[in-house]
Design a protein around this ligand. Structure first.
Ligand code: OGA
Ligand code: NI
Length: 208
């Protein structure tokens, strides 16, 4: 069966409404993942990326005991075509979810992410105490042929118990930022993703 992109958005909206999260395979096609991986930002990632902090600007702290990833915020005015193609799909997702779930999401903020082997992100919620504008967390993975024994699962804590998601290339995970605690388990190989949040306000000046 050939599952179209609108079918996938439909499935995503249904699952987010029902359970608070959705896992969608092949949100990005293999050639789209490949094009993003060829991008300069990922080639020299650890040199260019900044160590991610916790908390908001001003009170941001780097705490490797809580999270060990490196991030690079995507600037829409300078991003290369393969990333713009991803942002355009994310925009379609936002418009679709607004229509089908009667939300008024307005914008998104997105960064590239690299977890070096052995690093992790302890259990947390994606909303900050003083900023509840992040409504949906949306992560797309870029790791080809990820094996279960390589670790790196996204563990989502639900009331009925946790579920683990492997960071498989092209797979997208979307969940309620205000509701679902989650963590990233350590992996034996580098773990790459595009991490974003759909906001109920405009993203200008939030991070750039
Ligand atoms: C985050 C996060 C999950 C993942 O960046 O806040 O929880 O699977 N990421 O990378
Ligand atoms: Ni998170």
């Amino acid at each position: 069966m050939n599952v179209t992109f609108p079918d996938k958005l439909n499935q995503l909206a249904d699952e987010v409404a029902e359970k608070g999260y959705a896992v969608i395979d092949d949100f990005l096609l293999p050639q789209e993942v490949e094009a993003i991986l060829q991008h300069d930002d990922f080639k020299s990632s650890l040199l260019q990326f900044k160590k991610a902090g916790i908390g908001q600007r001003g009170e941001k702290q780097i705490n490797a005991e809580i999270r060990g990833d490196y991030i690079h915020w995507i600037d829409r005015t300078t991003a290369h075509a393969p990333l713009l193609a991803y942002l355009s799909k994310l925009n379609e997702l936002m418009v679709f979810v607004n229509r089908s779930l009667y939300l008024s999401l307005k914008d998104y903020e997105v960064h590239l992410t690299v977890y070096p082997p052995g690093t992790y992100y302890k259990r947390h919620l994606d909303q900050f105490k003083k900023d509840d504008h992040r409504k949906l967390s949306v992560i797309c993975y870029l790791n080809k042929n990820w094996k279960e024994n390589e670790g790196g699962q996204l563990r989502i804590y639900r009331t009925q118990g946790a579920i683990d998601v492997l960071p498989q290339a092209g797979r997208l995970v979307c969940f309620r930022s205000d509701l679902l605690e989650h963590e990233v388990l350590a992996a034996t190989r580098e773990r790459m993703s595009i991490t974003g949040w759909i906001l109920d306000q405009h993203a200008d000046l939030r991070h750039l």
